[in-house]
Design a protein around this ligand. Structure first.
Ligand code: GDP
Ligand code: MG
Ligand code: ZN
Length: 357
């Protein structure tokens, strides 16, 4: 019996996933999208609401932790047992450096079409933090949309939006909004096709849950007393989860990330700052670091006003960070390979000795 795939379309199902299925899988399993993570299980949805799904040990303990199912992933689930046997290849993966003394990547959300980067127009506003998210989006190959919230608290939101827009260089869009009054759907409409999956990131308190509720059509009173029960029926964030919104939108809400370390893979910085990297071949020295060498085309662009000193400076810092994280991860995996080889040799030796050879 074949499953009715039209049920999955509002959940973001598309040809990219369908074409990964074999005929046998089509007959035996049901695709389900992960909407929530639990300790040794997940909650997933096949279009009719979420239910608990257990993961087979191969999915639970993959060689690379980044392969473990995360929010937004598509799984193949055995009806009856609700056991997931397979994770489908991802169309995109938003990830960052795992916080702490780590050289690993940490998955944030899978199969994301657009990254909504939320930043509040308050004193904490920080262009460099937004730019970090832009690198993470570029790394994942996902278009960023910057939402500048609390526009009502800023004397000139358009000026800040213009500054962010110049930094984006057409690689995404930016809007400034009072999330308590403006309609986010009107402002972001062009980006919200049916079947789109958005992931919502930003520091704690910037208005992510307010944006989610705004998009869901649940608007809180802009004025008036706040009572405890005002929060009833609202979406609030305790853990990462995928919400289904009207208009066949999926939105993955990510609770405030304190650290936004660049993942230990090359590519994000080069892609985000392609306009700077494109100048480098014009520098006099092939290994120019753009830090004061004569004949530097990148410095020349700063002089000519095509690039700000701040953008160049931040690019150089992010490039160094990405390179350091990548190097550290490579070193770590070489050490692990060595340790594994040693263990295998010791096991073989012990076996030979037992067999008296
Ligand atoms: N004035 C104003 N307050 C906002 C706006 N957006 C969110 N807030 C308030 O900021 C606080 C934090 O919002 P919340 O959505 O919980 O932030 P989150 O931690 O990113 O999910 C709440 O009290 C919101 O009512 C806005 O555009 N203008
Ligand atoms: Mg929240
Ligand atoms: Zn140079």
């Amino acid at each position: 019996m074949f499953f009715d795939f039209s049920l999955l379309q509002p959940l973001g199902w598309r040809h990219f996933f369908f074409r990964q299925l074999t005929l046998e899988q089509l007959e035996r399993y049901t695709p389900a999208r992960v909407v929530n993570l639990e300790r040794n299980a997940v909650r997933a949805d096949t279009g009719g609401g979420s239910f608990p799904v257990t993961l087979c040990s191969r999915l639970l303990f993959p060689d690379d932790p980044i392969a473990r199912p995360t929010v937004g992933d598509w799984l193949l689930v055995e009806p009856g047992t609700n056991r997931a046997v397979e994770r489908l290849e991802r169309s995109s993966l938003i990830h960052r450096l795992r916080p702490g003394e780590s050289s690993d990547s940490q998955a944030i959300a899978a199969n994301v079409d657009r990254l909504l980067v939320v930043a509040a127009l308050t004193r904490e506003f920080n262009l460099h933090r937004i730019e970090r998210y832009l690198v993470i989006a570029a790394q994942a190959g996902v278009t960023p949309l910057v939402v500048l919230s609390k526009a009502d608290l800023c004397p000139d939101p358009a000026a800040v939006a213009g500054e962010v827009s110049r930094r984006l260089r057409g690689a995404g869009d930016v809007v400034a909004l009072d999330l308590l009054r403006d309609s986010a759907r009107d402002a972001l409409g062009a980006w919200l096709d049916a079947g789109t999956t958005l992931a919502l990131v930003g520091s704690s308190g910037v208005g992510k849950s307010t944006l989610l509720n705004n998009l869901a059509g649940i608007r809180r009173q802009a004025t008036g007393a706040t009572r405890e029960d005002d929060d009833k029926g609202r979406h609030t964030t305790s853990s990462r989860s995928l919400h289904r919104l009207p208009g066949e939108l999926c939105l993955i809400d990510v609770p405030g990330l304190r650290e936004v370390g660049l993942p230990p893979v090359a590519g994000g910085v080069a892609r985000r700052f392609a306009h700077i990297e494109a100048l480098a071949p014009e520098c006099r020295f092939a290994d120019c670091t753009h830090q004061g060498e004569p004949g530097c085309a990148v410095r020349a662009a700063v002089q000519a006003g095509g690039l700000t000193a701040d953008e160049l400076d931040h690019y150089l810092r992010l490039q160094a960070e990405e390179a350091a994280n990548t190097r550290r991860r490579e070193q770590r995996s070489r050490q692990q390979d060595k340790a594994f080889g040693k263990m295998v040799r010791a096991t073989l030796r012990a076996k030979r000795e037992r067999q008296g050879r």
